[in-house]
Structures are given as C-alpha cells and as structure tokens.
Design a protein. Structure first.
Length: 264
C-alpha cells in the first residue's frame, strides 16, 4: 500500500505492516472459502464397481463395500459446499475485501483536515473485523472448517484488528487537540462578532438620541457631547426644568445682611 499522506501509512512505519496484514487476510479468506464437491467423484465410484465386479464370494463383496465406505468417510474434505458458500463464504470474502479497501481509504485522508472521516473509516474496519470473526465461529460450529483452520484464520483477523485499534486510539488523541483548537478559534470569532454588534448598536442608539443638527441644551445637559449646530437651546424649548445663573451686567448688587437683635 503506497503512502498517500505524511500522516498516513508510510513505507517504513508500522502502519505499512497493517496494509500487508490486511492483504494476507484477504488471500487466506479466499483460500479458506473455496468450495468442495458435495458428492463422490465418478472416478471413485468406478473403482468401487470394478472391485465388486471382480469378486465371486458375497462375503468379499461385503468387505469391499465396507472398506469403500470407510475410505469415503476418511477422504471427506473440509470446506464450503455451494450452499454454504452462498450462505457464508461469499460474504466473508466481501468483508475481507472491504477491510483492505477501508484501510486504504483511511490512509488516504489528510489528518489535519479530514481526521473525522479517517476515524470513521477506522471504526468501520473494526466492525468488519468483528463481523468476520463471528462468521468464522459460525462455520466452525457447523463443521465446515476445522479448529486448526479457524485458529489460523482468527489470528490473522485479530492481527489486523489490533493494529487498527492502536492506530485509531493514537489518531483520536491527536484529533481531540485539533477539535479543542477549533473550539477556541470559534469562541474568539464569536466574541469578536458580539463586540462588533454591540459597538454598532451603541452608535445607532447615540444617533437616535442626538440627531445631527439638533441644538444642545448647555445648561441642562452640559455633559452631552455636541453633535452639530451652533444654536443654543432656550429654556422654552427644554422639557427639563433648570435654573439659570444670572450673568454679570456691570452693576454690583449687595445682598441684604441680617443683624442679630440684642437680647432684651
């Protein structure tokens, strides 16, 4: 399996071994699911008939028949009949092929931008390995394959599954860091957007309170910033009552003084 990305399967890395293991599993699955003949061959039947025809004593005929039956029982080959192949074998081949395909697809995903899809594909491979193991157990229970063959088959599946699981765990930890970085960037962006909206709202509110060109009431609203116009508001135009300080006119006004009366 050729390397597709820097974060993917590299030729020298352990991940490349996973590609080889997956191909070995597919090859073994295809071999293990070959069909066998359900009936004895014409050649075997012909040989039995020739032996029986050459005998004169019925006891010899019975002996040859018994030996022939035992021979057929011993030479029964394990494997998938056509019916069992359609029931199990065909699906098992497809599962093994899907394992190779999905590992290759996961390797082709750029981790920095497509880590979610890579993790999804690795999860699919783990499910496919579990399902293939289940099918191996089923055909073992039905006597289609021997215990020794099921052990070899299961070990090949488990090798692939363990390597995929290790790969997924490492990439999950790396992906969590990228998710956290994305969350922080999104929060900063949202905060900047909120600040911009608040600033615009304050500007609009200020414009609605003090429209351009309106006179300012200096006496009442001395802290109000000028918004345009040089005319001053008069007391008659102001809705807020206020007190004016009389301006100096050049004459000096002496405030009346109150003297205390002498006690009686």
């Amino acid at each position: 399996m050729a390397p597709a990305s820097k974060e993917g399967v590299t030729v020298a890395g352990k991940e490349y071994l996973l590609g080889n293991k997956a191909r070995e599993l597919l090859k073994y699955t295809n071999q293990a699911t070959k069909t066998v003949a359900e009936d004895i061959s014409r050649k075997d039947v012909r040989q039995i008939f020739q032996k029986i025809a050459a005998l004169d004593d019925i006891r010899d005929v019975q002996k040859v028949c018994s030996e022939s039956i035992a021979y057929l029982d011993r030479t029964h080959r394990e494997g998938f009949t056509k019916a069992l192949y359609r029931c199990y074998g065909e699906d098992m081949r497809l599962i093994a092929k899907s394992i190779v395909r999905d590992i290759h697809a996961a390797n082709g995903k750029m981790f920095q931008t497509e880590y979610e899809e890579r993790l999804r594909l690795l999860g699919v491979v783990l499910d496919e390995c579990s399902w293939l193991n289940e099918n191996i157990q089923l055909v073992l229970n039905d006597g289609v394959i021997s215990i020794s063959k099921s052990a070899v088959w299961t070990r090949k599946v488990q090798d692939v599954k363990n390597m995929v699981l290790s790969w997924k765990q490492k990439d999950t930890a790396r992906a969590e860091k990228l998710r956290e970085q994305a969350r922080q960037a999104e929060l900063k962006q949202q905060a900047a957007m909120v600040k911009a909206i608040v600033r615009e709202l304050l500007k609009e509110q200020e414009k609605s309170r003090y429209p351009a060109g309106s006179p300012l009431d200096i006496g009442c609203d001395s802290n109000r910033p000028p918004t345009g116009g040089s005319a001053l508001r008069t007391a008659t135009t102001s809705t807020t009552p206020c007190t004016s300080t009389p301006m100096a006119t050049g004459t000096t006004t002496t405030a009346p003084t109150r003297t205390a009366s002498a006690p009686l």
